[in-house]
Design a binder for this molecule. Structure first.
Ligand code: ADP
Ligand code: MG
Length: 373
């Protein structure tokens, strides 16, 4: 219940009590003092206990006593004037009723106050228990996630070592196939059917080679050679490299690279790969054009690099898997780009986070250390 609705309920309870006391008093005063009405007076006198008990029940000790005072205030003139008697000697039990009002108000109020305190303590304990349960649940989830990551890393390192060997072996025959295909292609003229076939062969071999190179980069990461490097310069060199691809996709490039940006303590070659993967992903997410925004600035003891696009965004399902090696949502994707980015940043004690909105775009944020940590 909100505090507003609680105070509203209190308000109505008080109105109810006031009306109750006033009604009983009216009946009480309007009833004559003749002997035949004596019974009615007895009833009205006791009816005053109802609001006192209710008030004590609702508002505790203060409520019980306050209502007893109010009731006495209404009842006292009746004792003094209507019965016209001596305050103490005429009908002592009638006068003593006022004392009883207070005793009942105080006792009921005290007991209900105890009850209310116990209920409040219980609610607090329940809330605390719920909070601890939530905390525990979150910690358990984090633990499960960490365990999954650990298992994945373990699987990857075993799988990586094995397949890196195979991949290495694959590259040699690939180079021979490519060389042979090039020799064969020299025998045909552009326009010949055979020439086109051989061109397709060379293209596919190149693609396969790129997959193997990508995989080797991922499976056998080189330890970073970290040195003070200017992130703006690395980004600019990658943008130069991707200039044509960006223009071809009708993408507008906006850069906000902070002047006097402190150097980041990173391996420039590996960071080139990180930025290249992010920019290529952004370009691929905007096949019909859009805006690619690149921003750098310093925050605390880190360099922040933002890459935001106005592309397809990433669905909830994809978000869970996008850093997993070989996960791709593209027909001809390799699914290694972000896994490599993640691994490189891990080696740099950097961070990658992202925000995304479906059909609106995605923003990747990279944080790099300024000093050696
Ligand atoms: N900027 C982006 N916009 C939309 N989706 C993205 C973006 N970057 C990455 N993704 C999603 O993450 C997946 C994994 O990316 P990545 O590891 O680079 O592999 P690939 O590009 O070969 O698919 C992509 O297939 C895509 O679904
Ligand atoms: Mg990619």
């Amino acid at each position: 219940m909100t505090s507003k609705s609680v105070s509203n309920t209190c308000y109505w309870k008080i109105i109810f009590l006031v009306i109750f006391v006033i009604c009983v008093s009216i009946f009480h005063y309007r009833t004559g003092t003749e002997h035949k009405y004596h019974g009615l007076h007895e009833i009205y006198r006791r009816l005053y206990y109802v609001p006192i008990i209710l008030s004590a029940f609702w508002f505790g000790l203060k409520g019980g006593l306050s209502c007893a005072v109010v009731v006495s205030f209404f009842y006292l003139p009746h004792v003094i004037y209507q019965w016209g008697g001596d305050f103490f000697t005429d009908d002592l039990p009638r006068t003593l009723e006022i004392v009883l009002y207070h005793i009942i108000g105080a006792v009921t109020g005290f007991l209900s106050q105890q009850q209310m305190n116990a209920t409040r303590d219980l609610k607090m304990t329940i809330r605390e228990r719920d909070e601890s349960y939530d905390k525990l649940k979150k910690q358990a989830e984090t633990l499960v996630e960490a365990e999954e990551q650990l298992r994945r890393a373990d699987r990857l390192s075993a799988l990586g070592q094995l397949s890196a060997g195979i991949a290495h072996e694959v590259r040699n025959p690939l180079a021979s196939i490519k060389g042979t295909a090039e020799i064969i292609s020299d025998k045909f003229k552009p326009g010949d059917k055979e020439y086109e076939f051989v061109e397709i062969l060379i293209k596919e071999v190149n693609r396969l080679d790129a997959v193997v190179v990508g995989f080797l980069d991922f499976a056998r990461p080189k330890p970073p050679e970290r040195k003070a490097s200017n992130s703006n310069d690395i980004i600019l060199s990658v943008l130069k490299l991707t200039k044509h691809q960006i223009a071809r996709s009708r993408i507008k490039l906006k850069t906000h690279l902070e002047d006097q940006l402190p150097s980041a303590y990173v391996d420039p070659e590996q960071m080139k790969q990180v930025f290249l993967n992010l920019i290529i992903n952004a370009v691929q997410a905007m096949p019909d054009g859009g805006i690619l925004e690149v921003k750098t600035y310093k925050e605390d003891s880190q360099i922040v690099c933002l890459f935001s696009d106005t592309g397809s965004g990433i669905s909830k399902d994809n978000q869970k898997n996008m850093f997993t090696p070989f996960y791709t949502s593209k027909n001809r994707g390799m699914g290694l780009g972000l896994a490599i980015v993640h691994r490189i940043l891990e080696g740099h004690k950097g961070e990658i986070t992202f925000t995304t909105k479906q059909n609106r775009g995605t923003c990747f944020s990279i944080r790099l250390p300024i000093v050696d940590i």
